[in-house]
Design a protein around this ligand. Structure first.
Ligand SMILES: CC(=O)CC(=O)SCCNC(=O)CCNC(=O)[C@H](O)C(C)(C)COP(=O)(O)OP(=O)(O)OC[C@H]1O[C@@H](n2cnc3c(N)ncnc32)[C@H](O)[C@@H]1OP(=O)(O)O
Ligand SMILES: NC(=O)C1=CN([C@@H]2O[C@H](COP(=O)(O)OP(=O)(O)OC[C@H]3O[C@@H](n4cnc5c(N)ncnc54)[C@H](OP(=O)(O)O)[C@@H]3O)[C@@H](O)[C@H]2O)C=CC1
Length: 293
């Protein structure tokens, strides 16, 4: 059993995977960052570089710490390069088949004692664990977006997760300087079980013409003191991810109250996924975001 995590593999160099690599490297871990293409890894590294530069500018970290952390991150265009890691955190898209395929390729390459974690927002840890060769060393380590700024990490145990896996994961999150909240393994865990129905309801509020994009966001920012309006937050999370989470809630809890709003489905079908595609409930292609409805 691994007693100390030294090297971390991160699969998926999107907004979450790069954020996870960012905080791991700053905390002193060696990191291998993987994705399906070297271009994607390079764009992840560029965003880590830019985000660390902001932290230097704000005197949150020193320039020396930034350089040292960047040196600790190596690109891993091939999953073979994760063979010497002690912990792998999978953070590819929120699609169960994609995650299963990654685990099937990855598991034979890993050290037997390595811990395999997923950053899934909603998918059953028990079900994902059962597709691997190490259900007792499998766990949900669910970071919040943007990772460098958000304090919370949800820890989710599957039915087979060993106590030692949980303890090592808890110690790992402590070393990142983040707080944990422990959730049982039910669809979308805690944060998204509560947050996503709120976002979905905001989209229904738009769909039914109760308010415009701007007025709904303004209402929740000024009326409920949320840092971002729900539609702005949906764009920030990614509308594809929001839809996947609602589908997991709808199917997993078999309750119509979780029915994804048809307008959310339409945006995803259009490829308007929010900030990452420059268009969602707002259009981000100009200097300031413009509502699309
Ligand atoms: C879907 C899931 O599975 C789970 C989830 O994550 S759900 C989403 C959870 N996250 C939220 O709900 C976030 C809600 N929003 C917020 O809390 C805030 O708007 C926020 C923390 C994102 C920003 O807070 P803010 O008060 O606007 O702070 P602000 O001072 O403007 O921004 C902080 C700075 O951090 C910077 N920053 C943003 N992302 C960053 C990152 N990844 N790394 C480093 N710096 C970053 C910003 O650029 C900004 O710097 P500048 O002002 O120089 O541009
Ligand atoms: N967005 C959020 O607010 C949060 C998301 N999460 C979870 O984190 C995970 C990642 O989300 P997020 O970073 O937002 O998504 P992004 O779309 O930003 O990034 C996903 C990355 O995974 C890559 N990818 C796709 N298929 C594979 C594969 N087979 N192997 C390796 N990489 C692959 C994508 O490449 P390409 O672009 O080329 O397809 C992309 O770079 C999801 O499980 C999500 O639910 C958790 C907390 C918050």
């Amino acid at each position: 059993m691994v007693v100390e995590i030294k090297k971390v593999g991160v699969i998926g160099a999107g907004q979450m995977g790069s954020g996870i690599a960012h905080v791991c490297a700053l905390a002193g871990f060696d990191v291998s960052l993987s994705d399906i293409s070297i271009d994607r890894i390079e764009s992840g590294l560029a965003s880590i570089n830019g985000n660390m530069a902001k932290q230097v500018q704000k005197e949150i970290i020193t320039e020396d710490a930034r350089k040292a952390a960047l040196d600790r991150i190596s690109p891993a265009a091939d999953l073979d390069l994760l063979a010497d890691t002690d912990l792998v955190i999978e953070s590819a898209i929120e699609n169960e088949q994609v995650k299963r395929k990654i685990f099937a390729q990855l598991c034979p390459l890993l050290k037997p004692e390595a811990i395999l974690a997923t950053n899934t927002s909603s998918i059953s840890i028990t079900r994902l664990a059962a597709t691997t060769d190490r259900p007792e060393r499998f766990i949900g380590i669910h970071f919040m977006n943007p990772v460098p700024l958000m304090e919370l990490v949800e820890l989710v145990r599957g039915i087979a997760t060993a106590d030692s896996t949980f303890e090592v994961s808890q110690a790992f999150v402590d070393r990142l300087g983040k707080q944990t909240a422990v959730a049982e393994d039910f669809p979308a865990f805690m944060v998204n079980r509560i947050l996503l129905p709120m976002i979905n309801e905001a989209i229904y509020t738009l769909y039914e013409g109760v308010g415009s994009v701007e007025s709904i966001d303004k209402a929740m920012k000024l009326g409920a003191n949320h840092p971002m309006g729900p539609l702005q937050l949906a764009d920030f999370i990614g509308l594809d991810t929001c839809l996947s989470i609602m589908q997991v809630l709808y199917e997993g809890l078999a309750d119509t109250k979780y029915r994804p709003c048809p307008l959310l489905v339409k945006y995803v079908e259009a490829g308007w996924l929010g900030r990452k595609t420059q268009r969602g409930f707002y259009d981000y292609r100009g200097d300031t975001p413009v509502p699309t409805r």
